[in-house]
Design a protein around this ligand. Sequence first.
Ligand SMILES: [Zn+2]
Length: 150
Amino acid sequence: MSYPDQRTNDEWRAVLNKEQFRILREKGTEPPGSGTYDKHYPSEGVYGCAGCGAPLYKANHKFKSGCGWPAYYDSIPGAVTRHEDRSFGISRTEIVCSNCGGHLGHVFKGEGFDTPTDERHCVNSVSLTFSPQDKRSTGEGDGKGKESKA
Ligand SMILES: [Zn+2]
């Protein structure tokens, strides 16, 4: 799998702190209830990737799951890539940033939460950065999408 942001581990170490590196690049998990964004419910804004800054989730995707990690019922279209994760002998769906491949967490389905998708994106706070302004750079709405750099 290749991603647009192809930084090496050494390059990531230079820009991430230890905990960010452990989670984003080595697929770690923060302790439940420890995260900055676990109990964070802004009315607007965007959560981006703590590695590359790509916008991932909007404030209104977030819901109260009580699971100990930030939970979102959906992502910004295309921002998150899913993989099957068979570690620990169970099959789960891992989610990574579509731009840099940074590990975010896992998606769980059909848990019965009262959300439009019945999915829970269970994301490490360490993998996220929050910006209170919706900068309209998410490729939605203006019908143009991304600029071509080719
Ligand atoms: Zn990223």
